[in-house]
Design a protein around this ligand. Structure first.
Ligand SMILES: [Zn+2]
Length: 281
């Protein structure tokens, strides 16, 4: 099903005609049109703004190649969970704000002509939290990648498991890992792209398990927050701990890739990792 990508500005349509965005890193006022042209990377300091899933797709894949799968999957409320708001109300508000059904979309597409299955998460949807829908989409993408022998790319942007789904959310860790393990056994490549932030259960499951793990500059990546980590080991943590560059220097991330280079980098990796079609004859 072809999908129209909403623009960065159309998502902000509810907040009047905003023309400028302040960079949270260098505080420069940036003209939105210019920011969009710069792939939402601050031209002054290089800060990578968080992207909506449709904008991310628009930057990565070949135009017109997107075919979304399972767009109709929606969360149920298995626990009848209510905090300050009932869980279904939170989901409805997030759907209204983002135009998405849940915190991830998946489909098939092409990058520089090469076919792939791709999952993209959206942090704006309840902190990119992984509940049953996100887990199911990741698992189905991996299963479809296996059946079709298509490389899999997952772009993560997530605070972790969705607490409103409790154990059902935690079960997604095992489910997604099982699907990825079958992919690995069949030697179908999986590239993980970690954007800011990739933490909690998402990091503890599929996000860190790529055959190649890429990260965007300065992305926050890790399991528990720095305070919990320091408390657990009873030691001060080094500066920059849990940032993409730190993880790269310690061998956890294979490459830190600036956003303008990401599409080319993934295309090149796909050419390395995907064997050419066997010639029958
Ligand atoms: Zn900046």
């Amino acid at each position: 099903m072809p999908m129209k990508f909403p623009t960065f500005r159309s998502r902000q349509a509810g907040t009047a005609e905003k023309m400028w965005t302040r960079c949270p890193s260098c505080e420069e006022q940036l003209f939105n049109k210019q920011l969009e042209k710069a792939m939402f990377v601050c031209p002054t300091c290089g800060h990578h703004f968080r992207l909506s899933a449709p904008v991310r797709l628009g930057q990565l894949i070949d135009e017109g190649s997107w075919e979304e799968h399972d767009p109709g999957l929606v969360s149920v409320d298995p626990l009848g969970f209510v905090d300050q708001k009932a869980y279904p109300d939170r989901v409805a508000a997030a759907q209204l704000a983002t135009g998405l059904r849940d915190a991830a979309i998946w489909g098939t597409a092409r990058i520089e002509g090469q076919p792939l299955a791709i999952v993209v998460m959206d942090f704006a949807f309840m902190g990119g939290s992984m509940g049953a829908v996100v887990g199911e989409k990741v698992a189905r993408a991996a299963e479809s990648a296996l059946a079709e022998r298509l490389p899999l790319v997952i772009v993560s942007a997530s605070g972790g498991a969705r607490m409103q789904e409790g154990t059902f959310a935690l079960m997604q860790l095992a489910k997604t890992m099982g699907a990825l393990e079958r992919l690995r056994e069949a030697r179908v490549p999986y590239i993980s792209i970690m954007s800011d932030p990739t933490t909690g259960g998402t990091f503890a499951s599929y996000a860190a398990m790529g055959d190649v793990n890429l990260a965007e500059p300065n992305a926050l990546i890790g399991f528990a927050g720095a305070r919990v980590g320091a408390g657990t080991i009873g030691q001060e943590l080094p500066p920059g701990f849990q940032r993409a560059e730190f993880l790269f220097h310690h061998g956890f991330v294979d490459r830190v890739v600036a956003r303008p280079d990401l599409r080319r980098e993934v295309a090149q990796l796909l050419r390395f990792l995907v064997p050419p079609e066997p010639v029958h004859g």
